[in-house]
Design a binder for this molecule. Structure first.
Ligand code: ZN
Length: 498
């Protein structure tokens, strides 16, 4: 291979590189040369070596793959595992709000750093963090990603319609005192939310080439038209993306149709949001017509199969997504609903789950398709495909080096399929982001994990005490909200799971 320079900052040696070829992925013994954070050469065994190698990283016995790109996550979930279990999404959300509220900037940063640890340990080099909490304090998360060495898109999650107005329950179905209490709670204005998002964009978008900011409306039914229009304008002004939860549950599909007299995607399209900048998370209950429009507009959906199971949302119609040409990314969702942030485990489930409903095996996604969705597909959804998602000369050196000497890979037949079906993340040996070795031999460079975990335990205890009133209030709301989740119908024109 060409691209040799005399001096390289990093040479990843002895591994087998997985990269796109003319007939699927190719696995080839290549050394990866890196200068200034970019891949400058892929060197075959007989090629000349660079004269000066500032750092060598052994990948002997390993697969070298593009770092995974987690296209939907919430770092706040790192401080809230199991704080809402055995509940569907609508009641689950009131507990999620209770763990997100009243956090200090240090706690915001701590949650982001904890997510980095879990991400790089399982080979993820880029994350989209749909950030919860007060927008004004969320720069702390961006700073934490920068300090850790992560590549991240942060999208402050904003909404100006309260949760109790986004479910299929009338006021009469709530205990009157609780309804009055919810009605009296302050709701942020669209203008204030847009101003805060604009400040974050101005301060952080594009920082050091590793941090980007997306506009992050929480979901169509959680935002007024004014807020959604403002989001479309901000995304255009800053030439950035829009990230939003989209028709995750049957309740949401019903609410949107009642509120707008049309589907969510049609409503968003009228407000100027559905285009190649748009990425919706979940899309479990999107109708055929919504998927058709998403495909026509070049928009992306993020598949989060663990979260969809954990909160009982359902099984996304992946076969229909593919049929309509919707661009597909993969995410884990937050650790408090997606179980963990392992992209290899998300790939395994995405590759297997749809076989239960798509009875024609010709419709089943292949391991290569799922691997592509978790790397280049997610990168494209983030508008970052020119730099990340594949191991190629000229791209950023974002790599996961995976030890392939164990039982998941031996005996060896098809290493890529063995990775998709058998990898947990536990075999990831090194992780490289923008040419920096953020984890070597499973030791993370930028933080002391023991100190970090000790602080996380203390912070979680303090947060739980601080928000005790919110947790107690959540119990009463959850009981009512569970009814909305249980009774919402399957939307018309839904293509079916599989
Ligand atoms: Zn989410």
């Amino acid at each position: 291979m060409s691209g040799l320079t005399d001096e390289v900052d990093l040479l990843v040696t002895g591994g087998e590189v997985v990269r796109p070829g003319s007939a699927g992925h190719e696995v080839e013994r290549l050394d990866v040369a890196v200068v200034d954070g970019r891949i400058t050469g892929l060197l075959a065994p007989g090629d000349p070596r660079p004269g000066v190698v500032r750092r060598e990283l052994s990948a002997l016995g390993c697969l070298v793959v593009p770092g995974f790109v987690n296209a939907h996550s919430h770092s706040y979930g790192m401080l809230g595992r199991t704080q809402a279990d055995l509940l569907p999404l609508e009641p689950w959300m009131v507990y999620a709000n209770a763990i997100t509220a009243n956090r200090t900037e240090r706690e915001v940063a701590l949650a982001a750093t904890l997510s980095c640890v879990e991400l790089v340990r399982s080979g993820t080099t880029t994350v989209l963090d749909h950030l919860g909490g007060q927008v004004s304090g969320l720069g702390a998360a961006a700073q934490a990603y920068l300090d850790f060495g992560m590549r991240a898109v942060v999208a402050p999650m904003i909404g100006d319609v309260p949760l109790h107005h986004t479910v299929e329950l009338t006021g009469a179905q709530w205990p009157s005192a609780l309804w009055e209490e919810l009605e009296a709670a302050p709701v942020p204005s669209a203008g204030a939310l847009l101003d805060a998002t604009k400040d974050l964009l101005g301060s952080w978008h594009g920082r050091e080439g590793r941090i980007r900011v997306f506009v992050g409306p929480s979901g169509p039914q959680r935002c007024t038209d004014d807020l959604l229009r403002g989001c479309a304008e901000l995304a255009a002004d800053f030439d950035t993306g829009v990230h939003m939860h989209l028709i995750e549950t049957r309740n949401q599909a019903a609410t949107v149709r009642r509120l707008y007299g049309t589907t969510a995607v049609e409503h968003l399209d009228r407000l100027g949001l559905v285009n190649e900048r748009f990425m919706g998370a979940h899309g479990v209950w999107c109708s055929e017509s919504e998927l058709r429009l998403l495909g026509e507009r070049g928009a992306a959906l993020v598949h989060n199969p663990w979260s969809n199971l954990y909160v009982g949302s359902g099984i996304a119609p992946l076969t229909a997504w593919r049929r309509h040409g919707v661009r597909i990314a993969i995410g884990t969702d937050g650790a408090n609903c997606g179980c963990d942030l392992s992209m290899p485990l998300a790939m395994r489930l995405a590759a297997s789950l749809h076989r239960a409903h798509a009875f024609d095996p010709a419709q089943w996604p292949t391991p290569g398709e799922i691997f592509t969705a978790a790397t280049a597909g997610s990168a494209a959804a983030l508008g970052w495909a020119d730099e990340i998602g594949t191991v190629e000369e000229g791209k950023a050196a974002d790599l996961a080096v995976i030890d392939a000497s164990g039982t998941a890979y031996v005996p060896r037949y098809d290493p890529l399929a063995q990775l998709v079906y058998g990898e947990t993340g536990g075999n990831v040996r090194h992780t490289v982001i923008a040419g920096q070795v953020v984890m070597q031999d499973r030791v993370i460079a930028s933080v002391d994990e023991r100190d970090l975990l000790r602080e996380a335990q203390e912070a979680a205890t303090a947060l739980r005490q601080r928000n005790d009133g919110l947790f107690r209030a959540a119990d009463a709301q959850a009981e009512v909200l569970s009814r909305a989740s249980a009774t919402a119908p399957v939307p018309a024109d839904w293509p079916g799971a599989g």
